[in-house]
Design a protein around this ligand. Sequence first.
Ligand SMILES: Cc1cc2nc3c(=O)[nH]c(=O)nc-3n(C[C@H](O)[C@H](O)[C@H](O)COP(=O)(O)O)c2cc1C
Length: 389
Amino acid sequence: MSADDITAHRDAIDTALTTTRSVRRRLDFDRPVPAQVLLDCIDVAEQAPTGAGQSSRRWIIVRDQATKAKLAEAYREAGGSWMMETADRLEGTGHRLERSMTSSAYLAANLERAPALVIPTIIGEHDGSGRPGLFDSVIQSGWSFHIALRARGLGTTWTTMHLGKAAEVAEMLRIPAGVTQIALFPVAYTIGTDFSPASGRYPARSITFFDRYANTIEGDADGPLSMAQSPGVTIDIDIDASAAAVWKLVIDPNLPARFSEEFQAGHWGEIGDPGIGSTIIGTNEHPQIGTWETTSHVTEFEVEQRFAWAVSDPENPGARWRFELDSRGGSSTRLRYELHLGPGPSGLTAAVDANPEQASRIIAGRQREHRGNMERVLRGIKDLAESGS
Ligand SMILES: Cc1cc2nc3c(=O)[nH]c(=O)nc-3n(C[C@H](O)[C@H](O)[C@H](O)COP(=O)(O)O)c2cc1C
């Protein structure tokens, strides 16, 4: 294969992988889907890895209209109706889930109109041990099926709602005991074939850790750990509280001092409402470094979403800190806490400059210390938010 062929191949595969979306409103219910097309896609999907190389997946293609209607009813009873009611409630509110809920509700209301409902199953039952087992040999195959459909101008959505009625569905389709249903894919040709990558996914660098969980690298990730790489720490915690309750806590500049072993006190540098450009005066203490004061500058401030600040010179900060809130439902919030060290000077750069041959060890040690304190702060915030403090 020539270098150009390899590039063309890569681009085609990457495009398929990044634009295979959950298709609901753009399913063409009126265009028939030949069984052979589905069988071809299943042939592709069967190439996915499978435990011990044993082929244990079994697929059901439902085309009979009366059966599709019964499956759609089970889907709605198991939660589809709730989606339809929620979509009605969210209509016109601009709520962040409005669009996806409207789309999900449309599918719930029209499921039986899809030319085929495809149910992947696997012979076996998950033993619940958390160890990889038979069950883990089916998800990747289901996704391959989606990609193969996309390559042929068809689309679907990964749905699991009907599993709340798995026993009824098993009876309906005569799925034997010991065979596990995984999902239900409503398949149709798509109306148009232009689909874009999803927004709202994190870039690899913010969710990929090097050598230890939570350790990030912003710059060139090759070679030994150095300040030039802008190493950092990122951790998340799920909190059973609203974004409003969590936000109130994270923007208190003194709050980390209640839980961190290093950060001793913090206060706003000026009176008035905080926002971008506001300053935070912080006092820190470390057994090896002593006590020092920092002035930080707020660089991001989006209510109930993002709060970030840069330490010392905002143009060349010694460190950058960030809280991000992700609220999926009303009462649950994922709080993300990020630290990036450098690129500007700090106590850490001084220590590294004094012992350049120990740079990697010093930086890794500092990441470990920061992570410990950041975890204490996140746990403290979680406890306070969940107890309504
Ligand atoms: C495990 C799993 C279960 C899902 N179950 C349903 C479902 O029952 N109904 C539905 O409409 N979408 C379902 N989805 C789709 C998601 O809600 C979501 O729309 C999708 O992953 C994001 O859209 P995108 O793929 O276009 O980015 C499910 C997705 C996954 C991964």
